[in-house]
Design a protein around this ligand. Structure first.
Ligand code: GUN
Ligand code: FE
Length: 441
């Protein structure tokens, strides 16, 4: 029976600031107390209101720090960790030149474990506590990933990649082998501790209709597993999909005809989506992982966030780093890139909207809002201690939090904005998993 407290400033999203006034969506406690019992949130409130109630509680105090919910990365590839920043190509050439040769190495289980370990340490160093993760076609690479995540008691979602055509022989499975291996992995890992499984066909062009039909069969047999794939990232890719599936009405329709578009489907990118496709994703309650650093690095394009966040056809959106096409593990840097993409399209992305996307919005995209995304009672206590003044310039830009004159919501929004724009792993003072320290700077 473990109960403990954390005293600091707290900021969390309790509703979607794309659809309601920010003040009603964001909670801010300049001097707050978070009470954690058995790894879950027992209470969050003002320290002065709660101090008598919890008089004997052991308290960890973080003066001049801002605690937020753990970041949720809705799309990332663990085997691409070592090939981040591979020069000069757009999607299809980048896959054949750099990605496929790198992923080949993950047939070696020990190698996969080593990279999975480095990868998870890097996520924690950046304040990312949950991610939706691609592995490779090798089931042993999925085993390696899940084992390392389990060792760290992390809530992670992952799956073996399925790919039975248009890829090198050394990296293809078959419709049948991918079905059998995926089924075994689901039985082994789905809901094992905090782990969850995502059926993971790489993208439309690398699966035969038979393989997609087996994906659908798995989703029927295991109705609460996820579907995780890529969608409408790059213009040449969209044309390739239409060439390979001439009978489909478009990229999303390939997945739709196979029965893969539902509430637990997460589609990475969506840069080239049509209005009808946004409407279909909305109707199906599917989610998009917005991966701004990747979309810029590969020259894929600028995601139309206002189409996803429309009144008429709202689509769930999370942020994804998409490492190794993405250029950073940091969700702060990813939020900065999302802001820049919005600006290039004459849109605004506020600090609180970005915080929402990185926390509660990601939890909603991954159907985990009953467990993660903010400090509501009963949720899992995965959180990040932010230093808003982690470099000399940021210390100049952001004044220390003075509890005699606590910052207003507008002032903390401004400090958070500067941290999203300028921050990186140096701003992550500590990361906690289920109330236990998992990383400290
Ligand atoms: N589409 C298919 N595979 C990939 C991949 O590994 N990365 C990205 N960014 N897009 C893809
Ligand atoms: Fe990707």
């Amino acid at each position: 029976h473990t109960i403990k407290g954390f005293r600091a400033s707290f900021l969390d999203a309790i509703a979607d600031p794309f659809y309601a006034p920010e003040a009603s969506c964001i909670r801010y406690f300049p001097d707050g107390l978070l009470v954690v019992e058995q790894g879950k949130v027992k209470e969050l409130g003002n320290y002065t209101d709660l101090q008598d109630k919890y008089r004997d509680l052991p308290i960890t105090h973080y003066p001049d720090r801002l605690i937020v919910s753990g970041f949720i990365d809705t799309h990332i590839h663990f085997p691409q960790t070592e090939m981040i920043a591979s020069y000069g190509e757009q999607l299809l050439e980048w896959l054949s030149t750099y990605t496929f040769p790198t992923e080949k190495k993950f047939a070696d289980r020990n190698y996969a474990s080593k990279i999975a370990s480095t990868f998870l340490d890097e996520l924690l160093r950046n304040g990312t506590t949950t991610a939706l993760v691609f592995t490779t076609i090798f089931p042993q690479s999925a085993d390696a990933f899940f084992e390392e995540a389990q060792r760290r008691n992390l809530r992670m979602i992952a799956g073996k990649v399925m790919m039975d055509r248009h890829a090198p022989d050394f990296l293809t499975d078959t419709a049948e082998s991918s079905y059998i291996e995926t089924k075994q992995l689901i039985e082994k890992w789905h809901k094992c501790d905090r782990l969850l499984y995502a059926v993971t066909p790489r993208f439309a062009v690398t699966s035969t209709p038979e393989q997609l039909s087996n994906v659908s069969k798995l989703l029927t047999e295991f109705p609460d597993v996820y579907l995780h794939t890529h969608l409408s990232e790059n213009v040449k890719e969209v044309a390739y999909v239409e060439e390979v599936f001439p009978e489909s009405a478009g990229y999303l329709d390939v997945y739709d005809q196979a029965g893969l578009v539902g509430e637990k489907s997460v589609f990475a990118h969506g840069v080239q989506l049509t209005d009808q496709e946004f409407a279909r994703l909305s109707e199906a309650k599917a989610a998009i992982a917005f991966c701004p650093t990747s979309n810029m690095f590969l020259g894929s394009g600028l995601f139309k966030i206002e189409k996803a966040k429309s009144q008429e056809t709202p689509v769930k959106v999370g942020l994804g780093t998409d490492v190794g096409a993405g250029t950073s593990f940091s969700m702060l840097k990813t939020a900065c890139a999302a802001y820049q993409v919005a600006q290039l399209r004459s849109q605004k992305l506020s600090a609180f909207q970005a915080l929402f996307l990185a926390t509660l919005g990601g939890a909603k995209a991954l159907c985990l809002e009953d467990k993660l995304g903010n400090f509501e009672i009963g949720k899992e206590a995965d959180f990040v201690v932010l230093n808003l003044r982690s470099t000399p310039i940021m210390a100049l830009r952001n004044k220390p939090i003075d509890l005699e004159h606590p910052p207003t919501l507008a002032e903390i929004s401004d400090q958070l904005f500067a941290t999203l724009i300028m921050g990186d792993d140096r701003a992550i003072a500590a990361t906690y998993i289920m109330g236990e320290l998992a990383h400290q700077k």
